[in-house]
Every structure is written in structure tokens, then in C-alpha cells.
Design a protein around this ligand. Sequence first.
Ligand SMILES: [Fe+2]
Length: 506
Amino acid sequence: MSADTDTAKRRIAFQKSYSQEHGGNWRHRSLIEDAKFETVTNMEFEKRERHISSGEPISEVEVSHVQNGGEAALALDGLKVHSVVITLKDGIGNLARVMRAFENTKLTIQHIESRKARKKNALYEVLLQCAGSRENVISVTNTMHQNSHVLDVTILGEAELEKKEQWFPCHISDLDQCTHILTKFEPELDCDHPGFTDKKYRERRKHIADIAFSYKHGDPIPRVQYIEDEVKCWGHAYRHLKELFPTHACAEHIEIFKVLEDECGYSPDVIPQLEDVSAFLKRKSGFQLRPVSGLLSARDFLASLAFRVFQCTQYVRHPSKPDHSPEPDCIHELLGHAPLLADVNFAQFSQELGLASLGASDEDIEKFATLYWFTVEFGLCKEKGELRGYGAGVLSSYGELKHALSSTPQKKPFEPASTAVQEYTDEDFQPLYFYVESFEDMMDKMRNYAATIKRPYEVRYDPYTQSVQKLNSKGMLHSVARNLKGELEVLQHAIDRIQSFSLASR
Ligand SMILES: [Fe+2]
């Protein structure tokens, strides 16, 4: 097993235990909170790893998070790396003393190089890179100046730590590794979940969720024999919501919902199987479903969208609350998400959001998760001067759908730069929604926004190989240019043919 795999496994184990220990502080059930959660656990994990490898006491200066009304505030001092050159008068044996001084000042040494000194009266120059606060570096270098074995000390300057490049799936089958579930949302761990005290429900939910654990890319999605209670719950939500769709849902949802009823067995009496809905989506927009056993981390969830894969729960909410579920369930997925995923423009938007998230920093993942929240989950759109719902969170909740289009909540136009940092609440209906003029407009804005995030490369999805390519070499760019040239020529020929055909038929 490689060191990277070992680290990844340790990270996941740490996040799971952290989520259990801190479940009470992470009660929101959105992708945004998951992204924030991931940021905090990553920082805590790095801190702990450094502690293990160096024996250094865990410093609150380096990485800290402050729980304040459920919000996490992060101090990122620990991400600063400093380069210091120390000129030693005599033997390299004094290096151990120098290193100890750094360690004692809460600086984590990351890299050391030595060479023969170029200065007179000195034997060695040591380049030492350490992580920690600027104040501590200044403090330790001041101490060094008084060390009789040290001729000179120079701080080369601070540089932002080149964060290790984030791993991301490059082939659709790599999504088998993107199954990091946040256990904090499961009914066993959440006393507010309506199934918390219902052992029978929890066993049933677990039985269905377990399907996803053994699922691998390419497998057919196992069918679930839904029980009477589950079908009743589905039927209740279905009938209720269908009353509102004609006046509250966007045109795309209404149109595709009808096709789902005609071609995919949607009805209040039967819960459709994910495998059948997935096959339907593949035909319509190239999207497909993949079973998931709970709420995924924001990074993993967004990454799957890059491959036109939607990670979809299969279990049904608790029967005592047919109009509401604190976690995603198949009613939310199949009535809210599935219809829009069949729309080609919406599918394109979803995939581009996923592509933009690949390799992004934790901070940008939070922003993309927020954009996802205010579009795919709670987005509104304009139609003939009126607002309609297109977000799955709106379209799968009778109460929220009515509330969203009432005069109560605030509505603002979707602008990714400001929407991405908008605070939100999900303890109740949304107090604020963002609306778009059209899906094309939403996509254009998202493209412009995605181009501004810090990433040293652009990525592109190759549908023939179902893989993501980094556009980071001249050869790759030439290859893309050649393909585009070929497509432009086909387009030009098509225009020429249409023109000559219409001339000939006059
Ligand atoms: Fe959702």
C-alpha cells in the first residue's frame, strides 16, 4: 500500500471520528456545511500528522477553529512556510542545536539542505524551511544571532505553502474512491432525525444504504423491493407536489416530469428504480445515477458531477414526516433532481460546476458548494416575467415551494461572485433565493466565475474515454485545437450545404 493511500485512509478515518465527536456542532445538512467541515477536518488532520511525525506539541497558533454559533472561523497561520539560511561557523554537528531551537519555538521543519559556506570564517550554510507563524520565525532568528556557533541568519521571505495538489478522479471508475460519507447525518447519530428512536426504520435504512457500499462503477444498480410504508410516503409526497408543479415549477421540470411518467414509470403508486431512471437520463442528457449510502463530502459529490454522474440515495424518509427529510432521500432525488438532470442545458451546467471543483482548494470547494446550494438545490428562474422553481430542494418540498414563490423571502439575481459567499440557513425555509434569467445565462456566469479560481491548469472532459484531462501541456492543447478545428470544419460545411440547398430550391 502506498504512503499516499495510507494517508488518505488515515484522513478518512480521522474525519469520521471527528464528525462523530463534533456531531452536535455540525447540524446543518447542506453541501456547504460539509465543505466547511472538510476544511476543518483537513486542517486538524494536517496538524495531527505533523504532530505525529515531529513529536511537536499541537499548536493552537497553527491551526485553530472557533465554533461561533455553528460557524467555523479558521486561522491559517500554519500554512505559511518560511525559508531561513543559517551560516554555521563550525561543524555540521551544531545543526542539531539549531533544529532544536526551531522545534522549541513551535516551528515545524519541513526541509533542510546544506552546502559549503561561501563566506569567510564559516564552514556550512544551511537552508531550512519551516512552517509556523512569522513572529516565531523572527523570535528564533533573533536567538540564533546570539548563538556563538552561528555567523549569520537570513530569512529569505515568506511564501505561501505550495499545497499538495489535490487528488481528484480522472476516470469515471475512479468515482469508486469518491464515497466518503459524513456519518454525522445518519439517524443513529442525530437525535433530531425523525428515525432516531425508530430501530426498525434505522435497520431498513441501513439495509438499503448498504447496497451503495458494495457498488462499483459499471454494476447495474441493485433494485430495492420497497415496502408498503415507503410507497405510501412516496405517494403522499408525489400527489402533494404534483398539485403545485403546474404553477410553481419551471417549464423544463414540468415537461420532463410528464416524459418520466410516460416513459419511466413515474407514478404515485410505485417508487421508480434508480437503474431505470439512470438509463432514462443517459438517453436524454448523458447523466447517470450512482447509488450512495448517505451524504457525501462536498468534494466527492461535486467531483462526480464532472463525469455526469449524480450520486443518489435509495432509501425513503421516515414515514412520520412525508413532506420533509433532514437528509437526502429518494423522494428528494427522484422528484427534485432527476427531471432537471434530463435537461441538456441544466446537465451541462451541473457538469461544468463539477469540472470547476476538481483540484480546487478547500476554500473554493466551499464556494462551489454554496453555488450548488443556491442553484441546483434552491434556485429559482424567470419565466415570462414570473419566478419559478428549478432547485431540487424547492421542487421536492411542498412547503418550501409555496414559500419560495411567495412574497415572504428575499430574491436576488444570481451573481456567482457574491452568491458564492452568501451566508444561508437551513434550519427553516430559505430567507433568500437567487434567480437566473435562463440556464444558458446561469452557465455563462458560472464559466466566467470558474475561470477566476486559482488552479494552475484547466480541465476538460473527454466523453469518449469518460475521463478528465488536465490541459497543462502544449501537446494536449494542440490535440484539443485539432479536435476543435475538425468540429468547426464540420460546422462550416453544414452551413455551406444549407445555404447551397436553399439557393438551389429557389
Ligand atoms: Fe439534493
